[in-house]
Design a binder for this molecule. Structure first.
Ligand code: C2E
Ligand code: MG
Ligand code: MG
Length: 699
């Protein structure tokens, strides 16, 4: 009888047996292992059902029980009479196998069992797919411990599969569990910190907010970056606690800054998949933010593209609720995942954060530049704002500004800072240098016209952080006077004013200063005249009194952007006009030159004609040859001399070294024998041709 055969399945000899499966428990197994002789050839398989908790939740406990019983049955089917199967706990089983004389190796048995356990289950009349993970180990007293280690490893890295135990596994698993223990201690020991990285506006150059970034102040390793522990916090489920803590800390910090007078700051917080997947998360956020009393619209939650891919329907639900609370939402690391345009359109997102990898090479790699440009313009066409991440150099800013990216974040502004250093940074008043913002050096000038002093004051207060030069007129006439004395970009006028209505004032403004962008702010709408004014281009936008602060601020900002785009167009047009002007001037001088040339050509022509006439008067044949011997000029007397005669004569010419006359003879075929006087024509030592005069009969 071999070592394990006594425990043939099921064990009915006094051991406690599980009611559901009829299997003994861990004690029975330990008892059996303790009695194994050293020479026993044994193997152990530990099996764990992967999704039991989810199944219990979705289909109820009785379906869960059915599943457990069926899994036990399938495992038992691979067990021989000499093997021992036990139920370790809820969803875990162990099978002690006597391998003596077994034709199959432990590996083969494990692979076959994984396969068997993955086949569909019929539970409560439905077909359900469930997987199980498995750890395997050979021989020895520690085989249960080893198989459980391998199982833990398989759950981690090979879910739905199996792994054989190895020594390395024990070591790395030790570290693995150690990290989790340390993270738990970190929570209790308050070793987590939040660092803050500033963001700045490409429009004003000012700091507009911070991103909260988690750090772990490890007792021996110092500050540990999140990439080394966030994945582990997520896996262990600790991220929800830590994430809530980050949110709370960031809100407390934001409140402190808001109270210190930095009224426009926003705080961005990163979310993990588990937080987004938790249906209670939106309520938790609301509770925390309301408890600390910061405005919900100052909080921005960052989610990555990959989180959307996991379960877009659930993500959409949570995002809609968060958005409904007034929070801002942004997509982090955009460009690195696979989110499609349709997702972006469907989800209530406000901002895209373009991943650092695109920004890094923007000024070097034309591909990255064009992808970044495309992302920015796509985002704008979906009415999303853009944050460029990882900005490190000035040259990157210039390109991003040109593409109208709204906000930048990166080491160029500052690395993430501990709270105190971030406060000091804020207090330093840091700004992007104006020359990088590519804005015209002149200030953005806004003219407000309203007969009510209170309204002018309220508007000034609303816009005090916007970096505009603000002029105030109490009437249309005052407005026109201010326009005459100042270079105004945007005009915002009340409609109902004594003496001159807003509409009339803006009509005149349009005639006198057509490049201004003009808006009406009115509680009273004389629809007809305002519609006319809009249609005739006197008014760009109509804004309502009483106003919504954000809408009004955004409207004015858009008006300045429009003005700057118009100015840029205007500058381009004038550049084009100037270039055309240059081109015209060049054309004119070319025409003058051509005239002069054709005049010279006419003179030459006339000279040639006169020369030809003179030659014709000569009673003897005269000819001009080019350097190759071709006739280029002849008088009437020479018409009888054939070209061939000239070529023959040219063959006898002495080298063209000087212009002394030389003599040759020519025999007319069947006629006169001529004495020919010739002279090479040289100018600037170049042979230009030869003149021949047939002067009389040869002796
Ligand atoms: P992220 O949200 O994309 O954060 C930006 C990361 O880029 C930060 O790394 C930041 O330090 C780094 N960075 C910013 N500017 C530059 C730059 O100019 N050059 C370079 N080379 N890097 C720059 P960090 O702090 O190590 O955070 C890494 C990631 O960890 C974050 O990426 C975020 O996904 C995650 N994370 C951080 N804190 C939390 C948190 O509280 N909860 C969750 N769920 N995730 C967090
Ligand atoms: Mg982020
Ligand atoms: Mg990012």
């Amino acid at each position: 009888m071999n070592a394990v055969s006594e425990g043939a399945l099921p064990d009915r000899r006094g051991a406690k047996v599980d009611e559901l499966t009829g299997l003994p428990g861990r004690d029975a197994l330990l008892g059996r292992i303790a009695t194994l002789p050293d020479s026993a050839e044994c193997g152990m398989l530990c099996v764990d059902i992967d999704q039991l908790a989810a199944l219990n939740e979705a289909m109820g406990l009785s379906a869960g029980d059915q599943l457990i019983a069926e899994v036990a049955r399938r495992i038992a089917a691979s067990a021989g009479p000499a093997d021992l199967l036990v139920r370790l706990d809820g969803d875990a089983f162990a099978l002690l196998l006597d391998l003596t004389g077994k034709p199959q190796s432990l590996e083969r048995i494990a692979a076959a069992m994984v396969h068997a356990l993955c086949a569909p289950y019929l539970l409560a009349g439905r077909e359900v797919f469930i997987s199980a993970s498995m750890g395997a180990a050979y021989g020895g007293r520690l085989l249960l411990q080893h198989a459980e280690t391998a199982l833990a490893r398989a759950k981690e890295s090979a879910r739905g599969g199996w792994l054989m135990y190895s020594e390395d596994m024990a070591r790395s698993l030790g570290e693995y569990f150690h990290l989790e223990t340390e993270l738990r201690q970190a929570i209790d020991g308050e070793q987590f910190l939040v660092y803050y990285q500033p963001k700045a506006s490409c429009r004003t150059g000012a700091v507009t907010g911070f991103e909260a970034l988690l750090r772990w102040n490890h007792p021996s390793r110092g500050i540990v970056p999140p990439s080394e522990f966030i994945p582990r916090l997520e896996k262990s489920g600790l991220i929800q606690r830590v994430g809530a803590w980050v949110l709370r800390s960031a809100c407390v910090q934001l409140k402190e800054w808001l109270q210190a007078g930095y009224g426009d700051l926003h705080m961005a917080i990163n979310l993990s998949l588990r937080q987004l997947a938790d249906p209670d998360f939106p309520d938790q956020v609301r509770d925390i933010v309301e408890e600390i009393q910061v405005p919900l619209d100052r909080i921005e939650l960052e989610i990555t593209e990959s989180m959307l891919m996991y379960d877009v329907d659930q993500a959409e639900k949570s995002l809609r609720r968060l958005k409904g609370l007034g929070l801002h939402l942004s997509i982090d690391d955009f460009g690195t995942g696979y989110s499609s345009l349709s997702y972006l359109k469907r989800l209530p997102i406000d901002t895209l954060k373009v991943d650092r990898s695109f920004v890094q090479d923007i000024t070097i790699d034309p591909n990255d530049a064009s992808i970044t440009r495309a992302i920015i313009s796509m985002a704008h066409s979906l009415k999303l704002k853009v944050v460029a991440e990882g900005v490190e150099a000035e040259a990157q800013i210039a390109t991003l500004v040109l593409e109208q990216c709204e906000t930048i974040q990166g080491y160029y502004i500052s690395k993430p800072l501990p709270a105190a250093a971030a406060s000091a940074f804020l207090a330093s008043g840091w700004r992007i240098p104006p020359q990088l913002l590519g804005r015209p050096a002149k200030e953005r000038t806004l003219l407000l016209v309203d007969d009510e002093e209170g309204i002018l004051m309220a508007l000034r207060r609303l816009l005090r952080r916007e970096d505009y030069r603000i002029l105030c007129g109490r009437s249309g006439a005052e407005g026109l006077e201010l326009l005459a004395k100042n270079d105004v970009d945007v005009v915002l006028s009340d409609q109902r004013m004594p003496e001159m209505t807003g509409e009339e004032f803006l009509r005149r403004t349009k005639e006198l200063y057509p490049h201004t962008v003009r808006m009406v702010l009115s509680g009273f709408a004389d629809m007809e005249s305002i519609t006319n004014a809009i249609n005739q281009g006197a008014i760009y936008k109509f804004m309502c009194k009483p106003w919504d602060e954000k809408t009004l601020k955004d409207g004015i900002q858009e008006a300045f952007q429009r003005k700057e785009i118009n100015d840029r167009h205007q500058r381009m047009l004038s550049d084009i006009a100037q270039a055309n002007d240059h081109l015209n001037k060049d054309n004119q001088s070319l025409a003058v030159q051509l005239d002069a040339q054709s005049h010279t050509a006419m003179i030459s022509q006339a000279a040639l004609y006169i020369a030809q006439e003179n030659l014709n008067q000569l009673p003897v044949p005269v000819m001009g040859l080019d350097p190759s011997g071709l006739v280029v000029l002849r008088n009437e007397a020479a018409l009888s001399i054939p070209q061939q005669a000239c070529l023959d004569l040219a063959a006898q010419f002495p080298p063209a070294l000087h212009s002394q006359p030389f003599h040759l003879e020519y025999q007319e075929p069947g006629g006169r024998r001529w004495q020919v006087m010739a002279r090479h024509l040289l100018s600037e030592h170049q042979h230009r041709g030869t003149v021949l005069a047939f002067i009389g009969d040869a002796k």
